[in-house]
Structures are given as structure tokens and as C-alpha cells.
Design a protein around this ligand. Structure first.
Ligand code: ATP
Length: 372
């Protein structure tokens, strides 16, 4: 299911050239973006990049300075927040401390004047949804952080909005609980068939939960793509650097033809060859971006057909549990490259250790060429 790949699909939410200024500061800078029904969409970027402001404009808490936001083709300008089929769950959860879990969940329904039997049925449904049935009559202070988070989620889903906005929803949870809750959120979104828009500065979180991610910087959208594309094909240095670990080799193009670009990288003391269809002239300044797991490393010289050889010395080893990263200083330079230890060749007689001299290489299709 990938409606964003179908050009005829009508988006549920459309931002058209949306700008938001606070005084002379531009928080959101000419954002155009389509989000489709049943998408789990993430706005990702560092603190202050404008992601919350973009979401608040969709919720109706802020009005755009210029541009247009439509939902199912309807212009939202002037529509107050409570009339929008959109609900926002805040990072602080904002639960009422003196109310029980059930009363918290029922709050918005009561305000809307929903008849009691219907309201009770809806609250039961929501409690079941977030697996909190035994906790209906507890107060928020009698719950764990994860349970409070689920109450807030149930409350924001109780009115059955078309779109749920999640502003750093898991920020208060510890790492393990956050990871578990990410999977719960994904299940919930799929079961309910809703559109979720999440704001996060945590790239792993965005990669885990989202169908597509918009990476933002200084109020602008930098790249909008699936997690896989963002990781494998970052469109600029900013995205390459923000998402995961990356080795960037700065260099100058020496030739570009037949889908192969050659470049000279003084900082790595090497010449590289990389597959790229980019129209580049010799002399162009570029960076070759290679993920740590795409670099091969061995104590033995590489096979004769290996491309992009480098030699270096192990400078540090970072054990991260599920994988190990070797930091390797490239011979004759100050360049440090990161290599995943999973890529140690099988014939290795002993594990690579500190201060070992090693051979490195990577395939022409291992890297992505980024323009300066
Ligand atoms: P964070 O992750 O820290 O919440 P963010 O990417 O969500 O960051 P926003 O909250 O959208 O960022 O804020 C973007 C910029 O706009 C920030 O520099 C912020 O200081 C500014 N800003 C937001 N709201 C206002 C406001 N009401 N008045 C003035 N400036 C504001």
C-alpha cells in the first residue's frame, strides 16, 4: 500500500506553499507537502526546525502567514481546531490529574454532548484498544509513564479523528518502552486505518514507524521519501549526516561518463570511482557518502577486483551490542572512517583489534554522490 507512488491518488492533507512567520523570523518556509490517507507520516528534524509549527497549523492552533492547507480538498483557513477532523496528542499528555482514566478518555466526548450509553461504549472500546481495561478507575498518578501515554492516546482517538497528530509522543518514555510503544502505535494505526502524523527529532523513531519521512531544516523540507530511500539515497549532506552514520569523502570530479564518476579526494589521499548518473563536469566539488556497513575491511589485502582501496589503522572500536563499529584512520591522512565490523571478511584468522593495520574497500555502487 503506497498511495504516494500513485500520481492520481488524491492526498488527504495538502500543504501548499505554507509560510509561517513570527515577527521577522520565518519558522516554516514555503512548505508544499502531500500526505495520503492511511499514511504514517513523520516530520523529522532538529529542535527549532519548524516541525511542530507545521503540525500546529494543520491542527488549527496557528494560522499560516501565507499558503494554503487543505484536508480532503477542503480549505482549512478559518476552521477552528475543534471543527477539524484532526486531533493532537501532546508530549506532556496533559491528563487531568483529578479524573480517572475513563473520565479522561470520556472528556472530549462529554464536551461534545455524546449520549451517555454511546459514550460508555466508546470509552470501553478505547480502553480495550490501548489494553487498559483493568485501569479504568485509576487516577493518572497511579499509572506508569507508559500507561499514561496510552491513556493520552486513547483520549485523542476517542472522537475517532481522521488524522491523529503526535507531537514527540514517546519522548517521556525510556528507550525500551519507547521501542515497544512504537510497534504498538504502528499496529494501532494499521488496525484503525487512520492517518498518523508524528513529529520527532529521533531519526530511529521516524525510520521505525513511518511510511514516509519529511526531513526539515530551518523551516524548509529538505527531503521527503520512504525511510529506505532517505537512508540509501540521501539527497544532500544534511540528510546523509542527520540519518545514521556516514563516511563523507570530499573530492573533485576528474571524469564522469557511462554512469561512472571518478573523483580525487585529497583528504582520503585516494581516487574513487562511483556509479552515478548525475551530470557532472570535471572539476565539480562533490562528496562521496558511504555508509559504514557498505565498507569492507580485512587484515588481508582485498581481492584483485576490489574497487576503492584504502589502507588504515584501527583507531577505536565501539561495541554497540547488535553491531560493532571500527573507527579507522586512513593511512597518510587525518581522515577517520567508520566501518561496521559485520563486514570483516570470513577468512579472517583473528578478530581485528586496536592498532591493527587494515585494508578497506567498497564497491562503486556502495556510495552516493552529493553535490556541494
Ligand atoms: P522542537 O523539537 O524543539 O519543538 P520544532 O522543530 O518543533 O522544535 P518549532 O516549535 O516549530 O520547532 O519552532 C520553530 C521555530 O519557531 C523556533 O525557532 C521557535 O523558537 C519559533 N517559534 C515557535 N513558536 C513561536 C511563537 N509563538 N513566537 C515566536 N517564535 C516561535
Amino acid at each position: 500500500f503506497a498511495p504516494w507512488l500513485d500520481p492520481s491518488a488524491v492526498p488527504l492533507i495538502r500543504f501548499e506553499n505554507v509560510v509561517k512567520r513570527f515577527g521577522d523570523f520565518t519558522a516554516v518556509d514555503d512548505v508544499s507537502l502531500d500526505i495520503h490517507e492511511r499514511e504514517f507520516f513523520a516530520l523529522l528534524g532538529p529542535s527549532g526546525c519548524g516541525k511542530t509549527t507545521l503540525m500546529r497549523m494543520l491542527a488549527g492552533f496557528e494560522a499560516p502567514t501565507s499558503g494554503r492547507i487543505t484536508l480532503a480538498g477542503k480549505d482549512l483557513a478559518g476552521v477552528p481546531p475543534y471543527r477539524r477532523p484532526v486531533n493532537m496528542m501532546f508530549q506532556s499528555y496533559a491528563l487531568f490529574p483529578h479524573m480517572t482514566v475513563a473520565q479522561n478518555i470520556a472528556f472530549g466526548l462529554k464536551q461534545d454532548g455524546m449520549p451517555k450509553p454511546e459514550m460508555e461504549a466508546r470509552v470501553t472500546e478505547m480502553l480495550r484498544l490501548v489494553k487498559l481495561e483493568p485501569f479504568a478507575s485509576r487516577k493518572p498518578h497511579q499509572l506508569s509513564g507508559g500507561q499514561r501515554q496510552r491513556v493520552a492516546l486513547a483520549r485523542s482517538l476517542a472522537k475517532k479523528p481522521k488524522v491523529l497528530l503526535l507531537d514527540e509522543p514517546l519522548g517521556a518514555l525510556d528507550k525500551k518502552l519507547r521501542e515497544e510503544t512504537q510497534f504498538e502505535l504502528m499496529d494501532l494505526q494499521q488496525d484503525l486505518g487512520l492517518t498518523f502524523l508524528i513529529v520527532t527529532h529521533d531519526q530511529e523513531e521516524a525510520m521505525t514507524v513511518a511510511d514516509r519521512i519529511a526531513v526539515m531544516n530551518h523551516g524548509k523540507l529538505v527531503q521527503v521519501a520512504t525511510p529506505g530511500e532517505i537512508y540509501e539515497q540521501p539527497n544532500c549532506r544534511y540528510v546523509a549526516d542527520f540519518i545514521g552514520d556516514i563516511n563523507l569523502f570530499e573530492g573533485t570530479v576528474t571524469s564522469a561518463q557511462g554512469g561512472l564518476v571518478r573523483l580525487k579526494s585529497p583528504e582520503a589521499g585516494a581516487e574513487f570511482v562511483t556509479a552515478s548518473e548525475a551530470a557532472l563536469q570535471p572539476g565539480a566539488e562533490v562528496a562521496l557518502a558511504v555508509r559504514p556497513e557498505k565498507m569492507r575491511v580485512s587484515l588481508e589485502p582485498p581481492p584483485a577486483e576490489a574497487t576503492n582501496p584504502l589502507r588504515g589503522e584501527v583507531w577505536d572500536i565501539a561495541y554497540l551490542g547488535d553491531w560493532t563499529v571500527l573507527l579507522i584512520k586512513v593511512e597518510g591522512t587525518e581522515k577517520i572512517v567508520r566501518v561496521s565490523r559485520a563486514n570483516v571478511t570470513r577468512s579472517e584468522a583473528r578478530p581485528i583489534g586496536w592498532d591493527d593495520k587494515v585494508f578497506l574497500w567498497f564497491a562503486p555502487d556502495a556510495g552516493v554522490l552529493l553535490k556541494s
